[in-house]
Write a protein that binds this ligand. Structure first.
Ligand SMILES: NC(=O)c1ccc[n+]([C@@H]2O[C@H](COP(=O)([O-])OP(=O)(O)OC[C@H]3O[C@@H](n4cnc5c(N)ncnc54)[C@H](OP(=O)(O)O)[C@@H]3O)[C@@H](O)[C@H]2O)c1
Length: 325
């Protein structure tokens, strides 16, 4: 089978398309014939060795996939060959076949195609959890969403609208992205412009946002926390796309009367499987009712996986990037 292999950390040059044997499932493992792979910003960080968890080498890249169960180990009870599933895996998704532990394999409802599953599950759960469980958005509140034309961002705008947010402001780095944010019903601000924070403040009548979804880090975090968050507001930190990690002293947190919230979906898959199943159904419901329309960028083939990574890293993607073996 074909797979995207790395044996060292680095840029696109470390990614190789190789031929390798189809892997055999272990006792509690499932082999999936991969139809769609979801590219996440974390895949770039893993390739470069700057993710939250250490990158194991060598490895086949890719952590989110959907397809059809092809074979199962003798102790697998949750799924059977022929069943359509979504799965997460520590690595190995960017291949024609992938092995996943049965605990990380979720049967797909009929209404969910493989493309929709990989466009919706990581990004949809992240958007939902950041707005709802973690961000505790109330109807009528003002929400500021950074990188709002991306996979998580485009879903978060639509969910915030569905939950009755008063005003939604999305930031992004190009005119094409700002146009998408406006089409989705939010105000749009280019946060690469020097006066971007003044523009956000003007849109909120000088008050700031009640809830901020922050995934960029560096200056965007500082400005958001210090200037753009309203009194007693909440900021959810769920990414560091700029690679600039901020350090904060507890005396500043105390003085500012603002709540800083962390969010990491990976731990939900490990510790709260029931939550994942229930909330995936909730995300799907929003799609089936028409409240949320996932935006999928042009799909890439496995052979062109490098282009897919570059597309995302060069900030070109609008919505979710998917790769189809
Ligand atoms: N905590 C979790 O469990 C969790 C789960 C999923 C995703 N995430 C995080 O959520 C964010 C969105 O994820 P996604 O997969 O949907 O990606 P995405 O938003 O489609 O792509 C990342 C976006 O980050 C923005 N960005 C800002 N500064 C950047 C920089 N220096 N280099 C590259 N991009 C930069 C770009 O948008 P502009 O061009 O508009 O700036 C880019 O399109 C990522 O930071 C990701 O790591 C976290």
């Amino acid at each position: 089978m074909k797979a995207i292999w790395i044996d060292s950390l680095g840029g696109p040059e470390v990614m190789q398309v190789i031929d390798m044997p189809i892997p055999e499932p272990g006792r509690k493992e499932v082999r999936i014939k991969v139809e769609s792979v979801g590219l996440n910003y974390s895949d770039i960080m893993i390739r470069e060795g700057r993710y939250l968890q250490r990158t194991e080498l060598p490895q086949v890249l890719g952590r989110e996939l959907a397809g059809v169960v092809d074979a199962v180990g003798p102790e697998v009870t949750r799924v059977q060959p022929g069943q359509r599933v979504y799965a997460t895996s520590a690595s190995g998704a960017l291949a024609e076949y992938c092995i996943a532990h049965q605990g990380a394999v979720f049967p797909l409802p009929d209404a969910m195609t493989s493309d929709l599953a990989v466009a919706l599950i990581v990004q949809g759960l992240t958007a939902l959890h950041c707005l709802d469980h973690h961000g505790r958005l109330n109807a009528g509140e003002t929400v500021l969403i950074h990188a709002a034309a991306g996979g998580v961002g485009t879903l978060a705008i639509q969910m915030a609208r569905h939950f009755g947010a008063g005003k939604i402001i999305g930031t992004a780095s190009s005119e094409a992205k700002l146009a998408v944010i406006r089409e989705l019903g939010a105000e749009a601000v280019n946060y690469t412009e020097p006066d971007w924070a003044d523009q956000v403040l003007a849109l909120t009548g000088g008050r700031g946002a009640d809830l901020i979804l922050e995934s960029v880090g560096g200056e965007v975090f500082w400005t958001s926390y210090r200037r753009l968050l309203a009194f007693a507001g909440r900021i959810v930190i769920f990414g560091i796309a700029s690679t600039e990690v901020n350090q904060l002293h507890t005396n500043e947190i105390l003085r500012r009367n603002k709540t800083i919230i962390g969010y990491f979906l990976g731990e939900y898959f490990e510790k709260a499987r029931d939550h994942v199943v229930r909330d995936t159904a909730r995300v799907l419901e929003m799609v089936l009712s028409g409240a949320v329309k996932p935006i999928i960028d042009t799909p890439f083939s496995l052979e062109n996986a490098v282009d897919a990574f570059n597309h995302m890293q060069n900030r070109k993607n609008i919505g979710k990037v998917i790769i189809k073996p």
